[in-house]
Ligand binder design. Structure first.
Ligand code: ATP
Length: 361
């Protein structure tokens, strides 16, 4: 099912400001849409509107082109999975999964078939008759998913469903969720503040800040073409290097003069109106080049080397104390206190208007 937001705003009673403003968004059928953003930006508010648990102050919410602003939650054909799992402790796994169908007075045979089908897919058949307290966190999370699956909803809504799991299990469940989504093909809307979850699972990411959508699109677009400085900083780890400077006759010159480069032709065309003006140059840590043949190079001294196995992160400073973060393959040899020169991969330079913080190139 398709979910569409048209100029939606939300103001909570007793609050002066709108929590969400002018939200326009289309989530296509079968999308795995991840709503991403820092704490308090309005992600849960948005999800709860789709669930029918929050009223809508202004604008229209459409399910497959039908306005559902006033449709009760139980009539929306959605199923929600929470961070807390919200399982009934006194019921077995089987009863937890069967509960919503029993409440709907479905036939016993249908209930049994659906529970067994979900248990098979989620590989939880071995503990269908255990209580939630007797199974692990990861298993509980699967039961919570199973409980949503048996209803065969048109949309799954998930609010930080993996945040209570340890790092290894979270990684594992990310892949499981992607597999599950591929086999069920149910539109899924998933809230998280974890950029890795968004980048690895989403077919579409919606990044929010302060009640507004900052960018919506495919994960690779976020990485390759962040629309503004907020997006550039939010996606990517370690974060993108952002260097303040000016355009001077076709060259970028950092404010302290230590970093200079001539952008490639296509970028220069966009930068033309910015001659003599302040721009912010962005380069991801993995897009520096350590090759003596490049002309636009800068010198820096490495402060700290962080060895992560497959990569090494170098924390360095230029002569004028500009911080630079560089990521290199793990087997490259770099030592703390050493001076090195680096150049840039000109195909991977981002330029932003320092005033508006919007992307230029
Ligand atoms: P988190 O990641 O911390 O859960 P979030 O992005 O999901 O954050 P929301 O829970 O949607 O953010 O909250 C957005 C803003 O709306 C916050 O300032 C919050 O205090 C406010 N808010 C949420 N629920 C209510 C409510 N029922 N009444 C008044 N204000 C609320």
């Amino acid at each position: 099912m398709k979910v569409k937001f048209k100029k939606i705003g939300k103001k909570y009673e007793g609050r002066e400001a709108f929590t969400l403003r002018n939200i326009n968004l289309e989530i296509e059928d079968k999308d795995f849409c991840v709503i991403l953003g820092p704490s308090g930006c309005g992600k849960t508010t948005l999800l709860r509107m789709i669930a029918g648990l929050n009223s809508i102050t202004e604008g229209d919410l459409l399910f497959d082109d039908m306005r559902v602003n006033k449709v009760a939650s139980k009539d929306r054909d959605i199923a929600m999975v929470f961070q807390s799992y919200a399982l009934y402790p006194h019921m077995t796994v089987y009863e937890n999964m069967a509960f919503s169908l029993s409440m709907r007075k479905e036939r016993k045979k249908i209930i049994h078939d659906r529970v067994m089908e979900a248990a098979e897919v989620l590989q939880i058949k071995d503990y269908l008759y255990s209580k939630p307290s007797d199974i692990s966190g990861g298993q509980r999370q699967r039961v919570a998913l199973g409980r949503a699956m048996v209803r065969k909803p048109k949309v799954f809504l998930m609010d930080e469903p993996l945040s209570n799991l340890d790092a290894k299990l979270r990684e594992h469940m990310r892949v499981e969720l992607v597999r599950l989504h591929k086999s069920l093909e149910t539109t899924t809307i998933y809230v998280t503040h974890d950029q890795t979850e968004a980048m690895t699972m989403a077919t579409k990411i919606v990044l929010m800040n302060d009640g507004k959508i900052q960018q919506a699109g495919k994960p690779e677009e976020f990485y390759n073409r962040p629309h503004n400085i907020f997006v550039a900083k939010f996606i990517g780890s370690p974060t993108m290097n952002l260097i303040q400077g000016k355009m001077l006759q076709g060259r970028f010159v950092s404010d302290d003069g230590t970093i200079q480069l001539t952008p490639k032709e296509e970028d220069l065309a966009y930068l033309k109106p910015f001659d003599q003006k302040s721009v912010t140059m962005g380069v991801r840590p993995e897009r520096f080049i350590s090759c003596d043949k490049i002309s636009d190079r800068f010198e820096c001294v490495i402060d700290v080397v962080e060895m992560l196995g497959k990569e090494k992160i170098l924390y360095a400073k230029t002569k004028s104390n500009q911080d630079i973060i560089i990521s290199t393959p793990g087997h490259y040899v770099y030592g703390e206190g050493e001076a090195h020169t680096f150049g840039f991969d000109l195909d991977a330079i981002h330029f932003f208007d320092t005033g508006t913080e919007e992307r230029i190139n």
